[in-house]
Design a protein around this ligand. Sequence first.
Ligand code: G4P
Length: 545
Amino acid sequence: MDAIALPDREIADRRDPGGADHHKGAVAHEAARRRTFAVISHPDAGKSTLTEALALHARAIGEAGAVHGKGNRRGVVSDWMEMEKDRGISITSAVLQFAYDGTVVNLLDTPGHADFSEDTYRVLAAVDAAVMLVDAAKGIEPQTFKLFEVCRARGVPVITVVNKWDRPGLDALAIMDELTTRIDLHPMPLTWPVGVAGDFHGVLDSATGEFVQFTRTPGGATEAITTRMSSDEAEQLLGSTWTDAVEEFDLLRSSGHDYDHELFLSGAASPVLFGSAVLNFGVRQLLDTLVALAPAPGARPDRTGAPRAVAAPFSGFVFKIQAGMDRAHRDRLAFVRVCSGRFSRGMVVTHADTGRPFTTKYAQSVFGRDRSTVEEAFPGDVIGLVNANALRVGDTLYADEKVAFPRIPLFAPEHFAVARAAVTGKQKQFRRGIEQLGEEGVVQVLHSDRRGAQAPVLAAVGPMQFDVAQHRMEHEFGSAIRLEPLGYSVARAVTAAAMPIVDSRPGAETLTRADGLHLAVFVDKWRLASVEKDLPVGSLTPIFG
Ligand code: G4P
């Protein structure tokens, strides 16, 4: 598929390369019309369906199914990795860009499998907002909860979409209650369902008080047919179904659930929409909400806390490295979120950590499995840099004015396994592969004198990271590995002084990560507690996440 043509992508300063101010103005203008977000949800809540529906609405793709090609849906079946095909899951993230109503929307896909990985967290470091998808029948599920916590920790504002309203589910007020009590998120409904889940007539639009009636279309692969009508007309049509909805909504309003932009931006409150992704209902409202309310890319603080203005010269950071996407080329693609300035392909940028120049001749956009060359990009956009062997997750690239953004925090691993080369005589490939996987952030690689260099410990947030590591070690680095799971589940940062004490205790040990961080790992939180009480105060500290 070709790159999506953005209608007014031509910017003024191309015609008039005049002054720096003009250039800055053009960049600021481009930044202001970008919305960069991710959809977070528990598996099966409808993330793939919504992604397709969003793209469909924006007319970016002709028919649903081209993004993921999941199951028997039509479209492209991603074969970036054989594992994906085998399991029917998307391990690699796609970045979908489309134009909508004068806005450039960048939708960063998070892996949709039943398991967490660091990838998901890193994507959340690269977005300005998140859409939290809640299954109407299930409410807040464990992984929605976990992802939401990351959004909160990173200050990412969240728009909530209650999906699958076409099916029997929970009571709408009960879902609002869950948001409040379970995740301490103040709901601010922008629409309110008319009719209970499963007997869905449409929504009340809070901005106008009108009824947006929904008509089921056969097939569902087109936009849902909606009709707007006044409250009086709705009452005539639906009687108590309408007045019940109005009453519920008024009740919410009287208890302080009106929309408050500052509360949304602060992450304390979330606008809520109701819809059905599979029937394409509520999708346009979501797009309109993103355009109207989600923040555009703003100044990003550097490592010292000083903001890098969007109009400053080009800067960006690597939030993801993907290797082996294209089996024919065996390349490594670094996904860079542009933070400031205009990126134009071919420009030579500086790698902040080494001070070395980096050429960007092979910049690409990645859409599903398709790639196309990117000529220019602006704050909020994501570019893929090919052959990025020198780049690691968290690295900053900049032009002209030096900047280094904070590194993306590594999460506390919860799964640990000793890795060994399955075939003797492959030690060199083994070491190189493990080191590379650690640098890419596929897994965290931990060492200790006790275990030695030939038996590093791999640590992960989700066990699927091990599967990816194992697959790549065998197929890419030519050194199959054996993994021996360790029974640890809790990790803390530990001071060097406390390490010998931890190592002397059963069910605990210490390891050191490539970035120099010492970790103490424990079989469970009770063992952690029993060891901690014998250590000087402050010996153990939580790791982010
Ligand atoms: P995920 O990416 O979050 O894992 O979810 P996905 O979109 O794959 O959706 C999971 C299942 O939920 C799919 O059904 C999908 O059709 C269904 N679904 C998504 N949105 C809605 C909705 O608004 N209403 C209803 N009723 N169902 C919805 P499936 O049977 O697993 O797959 P499929 O064969 O239908 O694709």
